[in-house]
Design a protein. Structure first.
Ligand code: 13P
Ligand code: SF4
Length: 360
């Protein structure tokens, strides 16, 4: 029954407002902040735990991860680091799919989330009970899913990818003559399709943060800063990517900020990345790509509401009480491991390169 499955209906996702999420986090005085950071560091040591953080979470959490032997990175490197680190407990400062990926790869470890409500719109828009029949309608397609999915969706996939290796993997599959069913991000999927020339069927999900970047307002901003380079994450709409000088994963964008000759950079991704980007390129002027302008609809306004849920008090609580533990049903985990481990093996076989880079 291919006809009915060709246009999947995705659920309507309730997206929290980032400003409201941040307003709910109790403010800390300088001395309370210092005390809680010291307590977290002590607890990480005492509990044989390591903190793995995404670039989009608050800079305090990034700083603690780095000062305690943990790691701050994109979703691919988070998975790799957590897998290779010997600690018995992994604490994930990020969103649920990152914690589930850690559990899929490390069943013997305890994986804790700083906030159990930290979701991802891509994951929520691709529930397994709708996705599996869609795949069944394309039995001759290779199923490639973005890491921003549930363990159940990964269990149905042939491959898991992150934005850091998506183009490289799809080109490899295309060269083997494979047709691809891609999920869940339609913008990343369309970009990969355009760059690779692969035959792809796309699930119609989107990231609420990146989808809100506005091409017209970006073009106007570029007009006011003709000297600037534009860096964009490939979850952004095609009209935004067309204006970009570099398109890549969060790590690739930070690398580009460091090595590009331009002193002014316009950045179309979650503004949590600015903490690391400022460290990588301290002398450069970083400007947020606009989410306002004609047709503005942003609720996140360039900061993911679910990433914003990760805070110091939450981190201290999970370390203290061992709450927010990620569980993945074992037969789902085993199936999801196949496609996830393949991603790490594929990534290891060469360096993921930024995809669209200006001529030197
Ligand atoms: P990266 O893998 O590029 O870090 O992206 C993860 C993500 O959720 C971006 O919105
Ligand atoms: Fe998901 Fe977008 Fe948030 Fe990343 S920024 S976790 S893709 S909703």
């Amino acid at each position: 029954m291919r006809a009915s499955a060709t246009v999947p209906v995705i659920p309507v996702v309730k997206v929290p407002d980032t400003a409201e999420v941040l307003a709910r986090i109790p403010p800390l005085t300088d001395s309370a902040r210092g005390e809680i950071i010291a307590r977290i560091k002590r607890l990480l040591r005492d509990r044989d735990a390591v903190l793995v953080a995404h670039y989009y979470v608050h800079e305090d959490l990034q700083m603690i991860a780095e000062e305690t032997g943990g790691f701050v990175s994109d979703s691919l490197e988070m998975a790799r680091f957590g897998h290779e680190h010997p600690a018995k407990t992994l604490v994930v400062a990020g969103v649920r799919f990152m914690g589930e990926t850690a559990k899929i790869l490390n069943p013997e470890k305890r994986v804790l989330m700083v906030d159990s409500g930290a979701e991802c719109s891509l994951d929520l828009e691709c529930p397994a009970d709708r996705f599996i029949p869609f795949c069944d309608a394309y039995p001759d397609h290779t199923v490639v899913v973005y890491s921003n999915t549930s363990a159940e969706v990964k269990a149905r996939a042939d491959w898991v990818v992150t934005s850091g290796i998506a183009v490289r993997l799809v080109k490899y599959l295309k060269d083997r003559g494979e047709r691809i069913l891609w999920a869940p991000d339609r913008h990343l999927g369309a970009y990969v399709q355009q760059v690779s020339g692969a035959d792809m069927v796309l699930w119609p999900g989107a990231c609420v943060v990146h989808e809100a970047f506005k091409a017209q307002a970006l073009a106007e901003l570029k007009g006011r800063h003709p000297e600037a380079a534009v860096l964009a994450h490939p979850e952004s709409p095609a009209s935004v990517l067309e204006l970009a000088d570099v398109v890549g994963s969060t790590t690739q964008l930070i690398d580009a900020a460091r090595r590009l000759p331009q002193q002014t950079l316009i950045v179309a991704t979650d503004n949590g990345i600015f903490h690391k980007m400022r460290q990588a390129a301290p002398d450069k002027l970083l400007i947020e790509a606009p989410t306002a302008g004609a047709g503005a609809t942003c609720r996140s306004c360039a900061h993911c509401p679910w990433m914003a849920m990760n805070d110091l008090q939450g981190l201290a609580r999970v370390l203290e009480h061992g709450t927010n533990e990620i569980q993945v049903v074992e037969d789902v985990r085993v199936k999801a491991l196949r496609a996830t481990a393949r991603m790490l093996d594929f990534a290891r076989s060469g360096q993921p390169a930024a995809v669209k880079v200006p001529a030197a």
